[in-house]
Ligand binder design. Sequence first.
Ligand SMILES: NC(=O)c1ccc[n+]([C@@H]2O[C@H](COP(=O)([O-])OP(=O)(O)OC[C@H]3O[C@@H](n4cnc5c(N)ncnc54)[C@H](O)[C@@H]3O)[C@@H](O)[C@H]2O)c1
Length: 359
Amino acid sequence: MWRKCLSSLVASQRQVQPMLRLMHHHHPNQAPATRPPKILITGGLGQLGIECAKLLRSQYGSESVILSDIIKPSQAVLENGPYIFADILDFKGLQKIVVNHRIDWLIHFSALLSAVGEQNVPLAVRVNIEGVHNVIELAKQYKLRIFVPSTIGAFGPDSPRNPTPNVTIQRPRTIYGVSKVHAELIGEYYYHKFGLDFRCLRFPGVISSDPPGGGTTDYAVAVFHEALRHGKYTCYLKPDTRLPMMYIEDCLRALLEFMRAPNEQLKRRVYNVTAMSFTPEELVDKLSKHVPHLHVTYKPDSRQLIADSWPQVFDDSDARRDWHWKHKYDLTNLVDFMVKDVQENYINVENGERQTIKI
Ligand SMILES: NC(=O)c1ccc[n+]([C@@H]2O[C@H](COP(=O)([O-])OP(=O)(O)OC[C@H]3O[C@@H](n4cnc5c(N)ncnc54)[C@H](O)[C@@H]3O)[C@@H](O)[C@H]2O)c1
């Protein structure tokens, strides 16, 4: 399904179209002067991967972007472009993909997120730490540009929380955070030691209408689905828990702009990026304008402890200065877009399906 929220972004990102035109219009016997990068996305069937593939395909052509994961794809995924199986714990399998598809860029999304990681620490260590070893080494061997997302979860109780600067004490207390600090450090190490083109953005909670993967900021997605369907929601964080957040369109545009930024512009390999910070109470207040009788109760669980050790306000001034990062969505237009998106692409679709079944 082509999601409405991304179509405006795609329309505003036409700058690289000349590159595609150049590719299509060259003489059939001549090698094109330049070809778009061939991109592999790992862990691509999660919250970020499918939308990221849509954006990159709109820029570089659908065949240039290969989605991969270890789970079975839906029909819609298969219809939108190449999809293959890739287990990030299988180094040889990854080598084969990079060679056979002549991969240039690797976007490494595979991970166990914060709440899920705490439920299965040994698996989180394998996927989040061994997996990163594999892709970093792979990127070095084949001279790939590699993007690994980090997170606000890479900070901990000793970090300054409001605001949290780009370089400060980290010492996270979740296995997710520990593995992300490890990814940041090993990436920087490979950059300094081997010249690897490692690029990393620390994302805040990412909000989209697609189901999230088991993080601490998931409430900010779930509340829209529950409020619009049932008019009520039970939140697992306290009403005044402030966390940095970003709409998915801003998140993926940040990724694309950062990947395209010339190396000379980058003063560091790891940057904070964000768009806004809000509490459950503030989000519910805005959402009540669309769902007047919305009833939200608060029942904090173990995720509260995680949230209490994370940044409240994220300082991304380095990204804004070095490669001109600028967010587009604040809390008000985030809520407007999410309400429209969940209503049109989920609730109306489900109601339509129910109607069809009745017929
Ligand atoms: N979503 C957010 O709010 C957020 C915020 C900050 C950072 N990030 C980072 O962005 C990345 C993508 O996040 P997401 O929300 O899409 O995660 P997600 O949990 O929705 O998706 C992760 C994917 O990794 C896959 N995976 C697990 N084990 C694998 C293996 N052995 N081999 C290959 N794939 C495997 C899973 O099948 C899943 O589809 C993650 O690295 C995450 O840490 C996400």
